[in-house]
Each structure stands twice: as C-alpha cells, then as structure tokens.
Design a protein around this ligand. Structure first.
Ligand code: ZN
Length: 560
C-alpha cells in the first residue's frame, strides 16, 4: 500500500463521565481504535488518536442523583477514573482534555454558525414530563418501550435495535429515577435540525462508503434511510449541559449529542497541542482543506448518533469540514452471556482486571474475542486458559529458541535469504489485511499472531534439532550457519511488528533492546540479532496456578 501522508484522526466514542470504564467498554471502541492507531503509527503514517469525556449527557445527571453527589463532582471523579483505566490498558490517547472554556467556546461557535446559516428550525413538540419532579424527560432521564422493536429502552436511542426515539415517541415513558412519578405530556418549542434536508447527500455518502461498514451497522443505516429521517433536537428544556445561546429557546440547554463533533474537534486540537503540533484555530484539523482521514470507532448503539446525526451536523456546515472515511462499529461485549450492567453489578471494571492480569494478555484476549460482528462474551477462566495455551506458552518457547545463537552478539547483522525475506513479507501482509479498512479485524489479527507463532515455534524447533544453532569450532558461527538463524529472526521480527499494536509492552521491550519494528513489506538482506522478550505468565483462573496465586480472580468479585 502506498504511503498516505494525510493525517488520520482516530476517534473513539466519547465516554460518558458517569463512572469508570468496564471491560465491555474497553473491549469495544477503545481497544479497537488503539490498535488501529498503533498500526498506522508503526506503518509510518501520521495519526492522532483522541476522545474526550461527554460531560453534558443526561446520564451524568441521573447517575449523580442516584449517588447523591453533584454532577460536577461526578464528572471530575469519572474523568480521572476513565483516564486511569485508558492508561492502564495502554490506550494511546495522550490524555483526556479538560472540559473547559475552550471546549464550550468550540461547541458554541459550531452551533451558532449553523443557527446563523438558518440550518435549524423551531418546532413545537410533545415531551414527557415528570409531574412530581417537575422536569422534562429525555435520554437517560426517561425509560420506556422502544416503538420500533418493543424492547425496554431509554430515551434518545434504543440499545437493542439502534433506532432513535425522539420527543414523545418512547412508549410507556417513566421517569428513570422515580418510576412512580406520574408522567404527562407537555408542549415545548425547541430548535431542531431537520435531517431529511440532507437525504441526497446522505444517500450519496453511503452509496460510496457502505462497503466500508460492517453488515449489522450498514443494515441499520439502510433501515433508517428507508423511512422518514427524524428531526434532531438541538435544544432541550433541561437543567444540565451548555445553556443554548439562541433567543428563541430561553432557559433551554443544547441537546448533549449536538456537542459530539465540536467536542472531537476540540479533543483533536488539544491532543496535538500536547506535542505542540496544534493549529491556532480549534477546528482547523477537521477542515476539508486539511484532508484529514476521520475514522470513528463506536458501538452499535451509537450508529444512529455517530453514523447519521454527527454526519449531518458536519454536512450542515457545507463544505467546511471533512467527512469520516468510515465508522468501525462493534457489538456488545457480554459477561457470562449477559450484558454488562453497572446497576446490577454484573461487570468487571477494567482497573480490576488490569490489576491482576498483565495488560498485553488482557489486550490479546479482548482482541481475540472482540465483538466485531456479533455479541461475544468475556470469561475469566477462558482468558486464563486460552491466553496461556495459545499465546504465552508458545511465545515463551519461541523466545527461548529464537534468540541470537552462542557467539552472536545482540545487534550483530545476520544474513537472510530470499526465501526468508519472502516469508517475512508474507507475515507482514497477513497482518496488514487485518489492520486496514475495510477488512479491519482485531480478532483476525489475534488469530494471525497465534497462527504465525505456532508455525515459527515449529521452525525454531526444527532449526534447533538440526544443530545449526551450534557455534563453529572457533566459537563463532559460520556464514552458512547464520543464514537460517537470520531468516528465523527476520520472521520473528515480522511477527513482533504485526503483534505490536496489540502486545504493546513486549513490543516496547523489544524496541528498547534494539529490534526495529516497522510494518513494511521490504525485508532487508541482513537482520540485527535480537532477543525476543518473554511474555509474563498467568496464574490459573482458580488460583491454583504456578506459584503466583492471585489475591482475587476477576470473576470472584462479580455478582451474577
Ligand atoms: Zn428498539
């Protein structure tokens, strides 16, 4: 693939700051986006990976009320916890930007420009209203029945079928914090963004890009485009969020989902500012003239928002902004066959798992079982058994066999043959197919590690059995002896480069020890000898393992 000098901006769905991240979150957009960003980086392509907390969501308000804390303090503690979990997992964002004055200014400039351009309309709608609490209900403040699939749903969007519900569309609405509070409907005049105005551009956009989408998400987009497209609320009569700056909607706040695009522009700018690469204007890196490659990673339940609403918000600015190249959508990652649930304590926090299992092994197992095309399930026992058998044991066997032979110093150039170079290039190519769009697949990348690892183990064992690794009589290997060793090391290096976006710590150790890990197809005529670092071993899931019994296995803390 020719080098693409354009910067790729990888965005992982903005986490709501109403708690820490659990393993289901980490296994979804955060790991997938991270591996993609690291792949681009190891391929020599400029990339910025970013996200930021979504503080204005109504879920912050509802969770804060449940816990008896202020939403401001919940945002602060959540942002700290989320930042630590991302770091513990090795997610390569430079950090979470502060939700400060510059953030709010960016959002306000984004929406006031649309308002001034006449993109919004006033519309009087019926909204559910909790009569005792005296508040209008939307998104996380309301629960009811999805009018499309009849599943239980919150307001805004249905997690089960992915369809939106706006205004009074949710059936049997109840106040989520007090289901006994009688709900009535009251009229309110809001500003809305009519999505139907953008049908032609949307249709053309998806015609061009649908092949880049996974089938389930593409199906939902087709379903949504087959019917009338909804009006997206721009303002809501809420108390939490950024006050709407429009004279027609006094006392209202911006609908939280309207913030996502300017939030990501701000987050991109902030991330680049940390390395002094940011432009002066906050939205500069998203402008069409910059030709950024925007790639979003998010869950199926966000297809409507990240796939349609946010796209229309960019389109509403005319040709000012680039449009995303693709949305990579994951399904739900479950625990023991059931959805992760904070309210039922059916979950494993990322911090707890990463406190007991080395993160390379967590990242490998979550990649191997990534919910890319359908729901998959996490199991602590499987993590231990599968990761040990498929990764750690063969990896460490290879590490013991494939290092520099006696008499060869680390860094010494070993010759390679044309056949060895061809095999190494083939390994790189198989990884490249896993990491490039539209064939991007974490689980196939993890399977490729397993497959190549097994093959190279066998090759290393054959080489050891032939005695070619023994030094010649003078203590130094002869040239014809080192060529097979060089070929093996070249292939091991290709495996390591392909595995590096997932196994970040072992790759870092190898790089520090002098291994050059780049995902290029051109393979050199010599390879510098290096030691393949070992992976840490895991205690058995039941604590009966190899002398490093865990204080508590992750499963032990889960109430099912
Ligand atoms: Zn539904």
């Amino acid at each position: 693939m020719p080098a693409d000098p354009r910067r790729t901006i990888v965005v992982a769905a903005t986490p709501t700051s109403n708690g820490d991240l659990h393993v289901g979150h980490l296994a979804g957009p955060y790991l997938a986006g991270d591996v993609y960003a690291r792949y681009l980086s190891v391929s020599g392509r400029p990339v910025t990976y970013t996200t930021c907390t979504d503080d204005s969501q109504s879920y912050v308000l509802s969770t804060a009320r449940r816990r008896g804390v202020t939403p401001e303090s919940l945002c602060a503690t959540s942002a700290t916890a989320i930042g630590k979990s991302l770091e513990a997992m090795g997610i390569s964002v430079v950090g979470l930007p502060p939700i400060d004055g510059r953030y709010r200014d960016t959002v306000l400039e984004f929406v006031t420009a649309l308002h001034a351009a006449g993109r919004f309309r006033l519309r009087t709608v019926r909204l559910p209203f909790a009569t005792r609490a005296g508040i209008f209900l939307y998104d996380g403040l309301v629960s009811g029945t999805c009018p499309i699939c009849l599943a239980g749903s919150s307001g805004g969007v249905c997690e089960a079928c992915g369809h939106p519900n706006n205004f009074d569309e949710l059936l049997d609405p109840r106040y989520s914090l007090d289901p006994t509070d009688p709900v009535a409907y009251r009229e309110q005049t809001l500003l809305v963004l009519p999505m139907e105005d953008y049908r032609d551009r949307l249709t053309a956009y998806y015609k061009e890009r649908e092949r880049l989408w996974r089938p389930h998400a593409a199906q939902l987009i087709r379903e949504l485009l087959a019917g009338p497209l909804p009006d997206v609320p721009v303002t809501v009569p809420g108390t939490w969020g950024i006050p709407a700056p429009f004279p027609q909607t006094p006392g209202q706040v911006l609908y939280p989902w309207i913030e996502a695009m300017p939030a990501c522009m701000y987050s991109t700018w902030w991330s680049l500012a940390q390395s002094r690469e940011a432009a002066a204007a906050t939205d500069a890196h998203w402008r069409a003239g910059e030709e950024p490659r925007l790639v979003y990673f998010h869950g199926f339940d966000n297809v409507y928002h990240w796939g349609l609403v946010d796209l229309v918000l960019l389109m509403a600015h005319g040709d000012r902004y680039a449009l995303p190249v693709s949305n990579v959508c994951n399904e739900f990652y479950e625990l023991a066959g059931e959805k992760f649930s904070t309210s039922r304590n059916h979950l494993i926090w990322g911090r707890d798992l990463l406190g007991t299992v080395p993160r390379d092994l967590v990242r490998f197992y979550l990649a191997l079982t990534a919910p890319e095309f359908q729901r998959t399930s996490f199991s602590s026992a499987a993590l231990h058994g599968v990761t040990t058998a498929l990764l750690v044991e063969p990896w460490n066997r290879l590490a013991a066999l494939a290092g520099p032979p006696p008499g060869v110093e680390a860094g010494q150039a070993l010759p390679t043959t044309q056949a060895g170079r061809r095999r190494a290039a083939t390994i790189v190519e198989r990884f490249r197919v896993c990491y490039e769009l539209p064939t991007y697949s974490l689980s196939r990348a993890a399977e490729t590690i397993v497959g190549q690892l097994g093959r190279l183990c066998e090759a290393a064992e054959r080489l050891a059995a032939t005695g070619q690794r023994r030094p010649a009589r003078d203590g130094r290997p002869a040239r014809d002896v080192t060529a097979p060793v060089g070929d093996l090391l070249l292939e091991v290096r290709a495996l390591l480069a392909g595995a590096a976006p997932i196994l970040v710590d072992v790759a870092d150790r190898a790089t520090s020890a002098g291994a050059e890990l780049r995902m290029t197809g051109e393979q050199p005529s010599t390879v510098a000898a290096f030691e393949l670092p070992e992976l840490p071993t895991l205690p058995a899931a039941d604590g009966s393992g190899n002398g490093r019994a865990p204080a508590a296995t992750p499963a032990a803390s889960v109430h099912i």
